[in-house]
Ligand binder design. Structure first.
Ligand SMILES: [Zn+2]
Length: 262
């Protein structure tokens, strides 16, 4: 599968190939709140980076889950195993340069959140605050020289995405790593761009740096995302990603925000 990925950098008009700095990374660590978030949101970027020989490690935080709408009824253990198998299918798409780590934290429904409480989180409840430190430690211990970090922007403030994002903020603030925040698909596609911008702006003030947008597009990106969606057949979001690709065709893109210091 050939992917010709182009990147529109901040304050430029014409997209270019993957920036030289990105091609010089030895490793990229991706914080994925759930199985599938990394694949749906930045599967094309990860494919493009692995083609340049960059090692990818996807850390899935809330990998204990009973969430599998498009499968027969399953126990939590069965659903968790199924979702890990789906991650491994995506690993095959990326090739041997990709390593998977599952932190096996319980996802929000298993921690007692009702469907109405899961999105729109303004703060992390006390009973979940330990998860921020725990996930942050697990990510920190995987850092190495010349590596980059991709974490979720937490659009819509799903509580698990919000916790995953907040867990890396100390690493970003102490400048341990080149940090990026990715917009989550399919959700980003159904929100006005100004709301995604507002989320980036508020994160920017929280971190104390500036967030600049990189938009990735290019020939083959739709096909890579279609393959990623096929890996996750148990998830209704996979069907949403498929419909989104059908609608956008070659205009499909991925968006990541890079932290720059004043
Ligand atoms: Zn998710």
């Amino acid at each position: 599968m050939e992917l010709v990925l182009t990147v529109k950098q901040p304050n430029t008009y014409f997209p270019t190939r993957i920036p030289r700095l990105w091609r010089s990374w030895s490793k990229v660590i991706v914080v994925s709140p759930h199985s599938d978030d990394a694949a749906f949101s930045i599967g094309g970027l990860l494919y493009g980076l692995s083609e340049h020989g960059i090692r990818i490690e996807v850390i899935t935080c809330f990998s204990k889950s009973g969430y599998s709408q498009f499968s027969p009824p399953l126990t939590t253990d069965e659903a968790t195993s199924l979702r890990k198998m789906e991650d491994e299918r995506f690993q095959d798409v990326l090739g041997r340069q990709c390593q998977l780590s599952w932190l096996d934290q319980l996802d929000a429904p298993l921690r007692g959140y009702s469907p109405y409480e899961i999105c729109g989180a303004r703060a992390i409840p006390d009973h979940d605050s330990w998860l921020v430190g725990e996930i942050g430690c697990r990510v920190r211990e995987r850092l190495e020289a010349n590596c980059a970090l991709l974490a979720p922007l937490a659009l819509g403030r799903h509580i698990d995405h919000f916790i995953a994002r907040q867990s890396v903020i100390p690493l970003v603030r102490d400048r341990s790593v080149s940090a990026f925040f990715y917009e989550e698909l399919p959700y980003a596609a159904f929100r006005p761009a100004c709301e995604n911008q507002a989320t980036a702006d508020s994160l920017s003030s929280e971190i104390g740096g500036n967030l600049s947008l990189y938009e990735l597009s290019g020939t083959g990106l739709g096909e890579i995302k279609r393959r990623a969606a096929k890996c996750y057949g148990s998830q209704k979001e996979a069907a949403m990603v498929g419909a989104f690709i059908d609608h956008c065709g070659e205009r499909i893109n991925e968006r990541v925000w890079s932290v720059r210091w004043p």
